[in-house]
Write a protein that binds this ligand. Structure first.
Ligand code: SF4
Length: 234
């Protein structure tokens, strides 16, 4: 915790305990790097400062605002989650909301409500495994920062680590984690390209020249297709 006092990252979602803002940040962070999330998160909570404001927003605007973060299905799920909260209130277990898994629910519980639960993301899990230690929920943010900046996946910076005196993995190197398949040439890239075009303006599906991608987007609620025209949902 002393290390954290000196090294903590100044992240915008750490300046709030609003469960809505924390949920937005955690969903964005699920598959996107912190540096890319910061500007989108900041603009998002300015534009839609409450869960009610987000629930009222047209889905097309929500999908457009998500551009640049990737894995666009998360935008639709977040919008649906906001609609659910406005209609039924916050559920006791947030995993009842679309797109919210155990980690995200625990993170909101910890950072918004101060619950005594340690959200276990990939960084926290790595430190637990390498040190063989259990950590207090109070160390949640410290572990996340330590895992992001010091106890790195492949070549940890043990010389800068406050846990090194008692860490059995000190000085080890690790094989690269399973590589994410390349974006270039992937189906994900084709979906993303088709969504960008449709977000610009409605298009005829035959002119988009990628039925498979358009229909995948349609299944995920990211576009609607009517009379051969693909557009964002309203
Ligand atoms: S000593 Fe090295 S391996 Fe152990 S927790 Fe610190 S950075 Fe990770």
């Amino acid at each position: 915790m002393a290390w954290f006092e000196e090294n903590r990252r100044d992240l915008p979602w750490r300046a709030t305990t609003d469960p809505y803002a924390i949920l937005v940040s955690e969903v964005m962070l699920q598959q996107t790097q912190v540096a890319r999330v910061i500007p989108v998160f900041t603009a998002w909570v300015e534009r839609w400062p409450t869960v009610e404001a987000l629930a009222r927003a047209p889905r097309a605007a929500v999908i457009k605002a998500w551009q640049g973060l990737g894995y666009n299905r998360r935008a639709v799920n977040l919008h649906r989650a906001a609609e659910h909260v406005v209609r039924y209130g916050w559920p006791d277990d947030l995993t009842a909301l679309p797109g919210v898994g155990r980690y995200t629910a625990d993170a909101v519980a910890r950072f918004a409500h101060g619950a005594a639960v340690l959200p276990i993301d990939v960084n926290v899990r790595r430190i637990q495994e390498r040190t063989g230690s259990h950590f207090s929920h109070r160390a949640a943010s410290a572990l996340m920062d330590l895992g992001s900046t010091v106890c790195l996946a492949r070549v940890p910076r043990c010389e800068a680590c406050p846990l090194s005196p008692a860490c059995p993995s000190r000085g080890r190197r690790f094989d690269p984690a399973r590589k994410q398949s390349p974006f270039e040439g992937s189906f994900r890239q084709r979906r993303s390209r088709a969504l960008r075009v449709v977000a610009d303006s409605p298009r005829r599906v035959d002119l988009l020249d990628d039925d498979e991608a358009v229909h995948a987007l349609e299944r995920d609620g990211l576009v609607v297709v009517e009379e051969g025209i693909a557009r964002l949902p309203s």
